[in-house]
Design a protein around this ligand. Structure first.
Ligand code: FAD
Length: 379
C-alpha cells in the first residue's frame, strides 16, 4: 500500500492551493478528485474580488476584464441603484483554466494529482477510494466541498446551513455591452439572496441563489424564469453552460482540525455568510491550514493544530452572520422594495458600497501567537 504524508480530498481551489503549499514543505502529498476533468462540474461563477487579486498571484490571462459598476434592482426591476467604483472591483476568471493552473502549480511543487478517484472513507490512517487502491496517509485534508464526507469521517464539524445557486454561462458578442454586475433583490426568484447578471464584455453569467426550502418550484425553473428577462443580459453568442451547487452560509465551522486531518474551503464553511463568496476564503484559509498541517507533521505536537481554530475565527463573523439573518428575512417583494428604498439613501448607499466594494467580506486569518493545547481525538 502506498504511503503519503498528506492526502488531500478535492481538487477545487482550496484543495489544490493547500496541496501546493504542503508539497513546497517537502511533504509527500497526493490529491484525489472524483471529477475526471477539472473543466467539468464547475460550481462557481468565478468572480474574484479586488482584495483577492491584490493579495494572491493569479495570472492575468486567466481573468476577464475588470468590472467597476454595480446596479442594484428591486423586484420591480425599475430605477436600479448604480454604484460606480474608480477601480476594477471584480474580475471573472476562466475557472477551468484556473483549476488547470492550480493543478500544474501543485504538481510542480511535487504533489501528485489523481482525477477520477472518489474518496470513500478513512479509518486509522487508511484511506479507501473508488477508482484506485487504498493509501496510508499521516494526515487527511478535507477539501471536498460543502457536503464534506471527510469532515464526517474525521468527526469534525459539518455544514448545516446552505444556499443553493445555479447559473447559465455563455459568451457574448464583443463590444455589444458595457461591463457591469447587475444584482436583483427579488425573493420570488432568489429567496434570501440575489439574482445576478455579470457581464465583463466577453462572457455573461446569469444566476440565482437562495434558500432551497423557499424555492418551491425548484431552482432550475426559477433560474429559467429569471434568465428570460434578466436585466443587462446579452444574447448568447455560443454554447450555454449550466453550473450550480450548494453554498454553506453558516460561517466557518468551529471544529476544523484534529490529529488525523483538517478541513479547508467549503468543507470548512469558509464562505462569507453575507456575500456567499468562497474563492477568497479558499486561498486565505488554505495558507493558514497548510502552515498548521506542516508544523504539526514536522513536530508531532498536537498544540500546533490549535492555531487552526474555527471558534476564534467565528468571533470575527458575528456582524456578517447578523447581516445574513437580515438578508434571509427579506421574503416578500414588498420587503425587498423597502430594503432597496433604504439603500437609496446616503447611509444605505455607503453600506452597499462597503459590502460590494469593501475589503471586509472575509477576515484575515493570520496565525495567532497563543497556542492553548487541544487534544480532541478524531473518530
Ligand atoms: C453557483 C455558485 C456560484 C458561486 N460564485 C462564486 C463567485 O463568483 N465568487 C466566489 O468567491 N464564490 C462563489 N461561489 C462559492 C465558491 O465557488 C466556493 O466557495 C468555492 O469554489 C469552494 O471551493 P472548494 O475548493 O472548497 O470546493 P469545490 O470547488 O466544491 O471543490 C471540491 C472538490 O471536491 C471534489 N469531491 C467532492 N467529494 C469528493 C469525493 N468523495 N472524492 C473525491 N473528490 C470529491 C469535487 O469533485 C470538487 O472538485 C459560488 C458558488 C456557487 C454554488
Amino acid at each position: 500500500m502506498q504511503t503519503v504524508d498528506v492526502l488531500v480530498v478535492g481538487a477545487g481551489l482550496a484543495g489544490l492551493h493547500t496541496a501546493r503549499l504542503l508539497a513546497r514543505q517537502r511533504l509527500k502529498v497526493m490529491v484525489v478528485d472524483r471529477r475526471r476533468s477539472l473543466s467539468t462540474g464547475i460550481r462557481t461563477t468565478g468572480i474574484f474580488v479586488r482584495r483577492t487579486l491584490d493579495d494572491f498571484d493569479l495570472p492575468d490571462h486567466l481573468l476577464g476584464p475588470g468590472v467597476r459598476d454595480v446596479l442594484l434592482y428591486p423586484p420591480s426591476r425599475r430605477a436600479p441603484i448604480r454604484l460606480a467604483s474608480d477601480r476594477d472591483e471584480y474580475r471573472v476568471a476562466d475557472m477551468a483554466a484556473v483549476y488547470e493552473h492550480a493543478r500544474r502549480a501543485a504538481e510542480s511543487a511535487g504533489a501528485r494529482v489523481l482525477l477520477g478517484v472518489r474518496y470513500v472513507d478513512a479509518s486509522m490512517g487508511v484511506v479507501r477510494f473508488a477508482g484506485a487502491g487504498p493509501v496510508t496517509a499521516r494526515f487527511v485534508v478535507g477539501a471536498d466541498g460543502a457536503r464534506s464526507r471527510v469532515a464526517r469521517d474525521l468527526g469534525l464539524d459539518v455544514n448545516r446551513r446552505f444556499l443553493v445557486g445555479s447559473e447559465l454561462v455563455h459568451p457574448i458578442a464583443s463590444g455589444t455591452t458595457t461591463p457591469a454586475f447587475h444584482c436583483v433583490l427579488d425573493p420570488r426568484v432568489a429567496p434570501g439572496y440575489l439574482g445576478w447578471v455579470i457581464d465583463d464584455g466577453r462572457h455573461a453569467h446569469v444566476g440565482v441563489a437562495g434558500y432551497p426550502e423557499a424555492m418551491r418550484t425548484g431552482i432550475r425553473h426559477l433560474l429559467d424564469a429569471f434568465a428570460a428577462d434578466a436585466p443587462g443580459r446579452a444574447a448568447p453568442a455560443g454554447q450555454v453552460e449550466r453550473r450550480g451547487g450548494p453554498i454553506p452560509v453558516g460561517g466557518v465551522l468551529r471544529r476544523l482540525a484534529c490529529p488525523a486531518g483538517l478541513l479547508v474551503g467549503d468543507a470548512a464553511g469558509a464562505v462569507s455568510p453575507l456575500t456567499a463568496g468562497g474563492l477568497d476564503p479558499c486561498l486565505r484559509m488554505s495558507e493558514l491550514a497548510a502552515a498548521v498541517a506542516a508544523g504539526y507533521l514536522r513536530t508531532g505536537d498536537r498544540r500546533v493544530l490549535s492555531r487552526y481554530d474555527g471558534d476564534a475565527l467565528r468571533r470575527r463573523f458575528r456582524g456578517r452572520l447578523l447581516l445574513r439573518r437580515v438578508f434571509a428575512g427579506i421574503r416578500s417583494p414588498a420587503a425587498a422594495e423597502a430594503a432597496v428604498t433604504v439603500l437609496r439613501g446616503r447611509a444605505g448607499r455607503a453600506l452597499a458600497a462597503r459590502i460590494l466594494f469593501g475589503d471586509g467580506s472575509f477576515p484575515d486569518v493570520g496565525p495567532r501567537p497563543a497556542d492553548p493545547p487541544i487534544d480532541r481525538p478524531c473518530r
